[in-house]
Design a protein around this ligand. Sequence first.
Ligand SMILES: N[C@@H](CCC(=O)N[C@@H](CS)C(=O)NCC(=O)O)C(=O)O
Length: 261
Amino acid sequence: MCMDGGRLELHQFLYSHYNEKVRWALDFKSVSHTRISHLPGPHMAAIRTLAGVSRTPILRVGGVVVAGSADIIDVIEGHYPEPPLYPADAEPRKTALAVQTFFDEEIAPAVSRVLFGELLKEPAYLCRMLASEKPLFTRLTYRATQPAIRQVMRRMMGIDEGSVATARRTIRAGLDHVAALAGPEGYLAGNRFTVADLSAAALLAPACNPPHPDMQFPQPRPARVDAWLNEWADHPGAAWVRSIYAKHRPQRVLPLRVAAN
Ligand SMILES: N[C@@H](CCC(=O)N[C@@H](CS)C(=O)NCC(=O)O)C(=O)O
């Protein structure tokens, strides 16, 4: 794949934790890119046409399209090896990639399920979060279609009382896991920051409210969103997430262009 000189586009959802993994990897490596923010629900046609799947993140460079946060990070790492996200040695690299897979597959869906269980009850706030970059007309239309979109999102994320209760326990297990696994230097695979730390911190970020413009929920927040954040606030795993953000999440990389669509 040729990335040099190509316009690199990240097709994303604002505040999404899988998308945050890719934003972080691009920012960490100072890769200039354009972010194209889609609205969950209406995104489907455009993303399917682009990538043949409906999930974001999608990375596009010219005619080349890569889907899925882990595969995208792998491509970014291959083309922009410095600073590295993969450990040089085989054993810690295997551990780092296994941690990424665990958080991608087990923890991240639980975070979405519980958080959206709450956010879908706050349609005005949800629209403010997801559509803030859009023109007024699009924001109003998106708000008007929330009842229909809410049903689709509930179904797609498997949100019901039982699944949300199980997902809450899974989130706690994820926070316990990072608190227990972080070594003396505070990292999950070896003694430096890797894709393991990036993945765990990005995917737990919606529960930990790290002070970064890409993930910090807008103010004022509804009481139920505050309650969601308070639920995890004192967990040592949440303190770990915030410390990894403070040490390793670049604030913003320029030039970053945000395209409206
Ligand atoms: N394994 C994928 C999961 C991506 C994913 O679930 N993305 C969500 C947003 S956080 C999505 O696009 N959902 C909408 C859909 O499934 O159509 C990854 O690592 O990128």
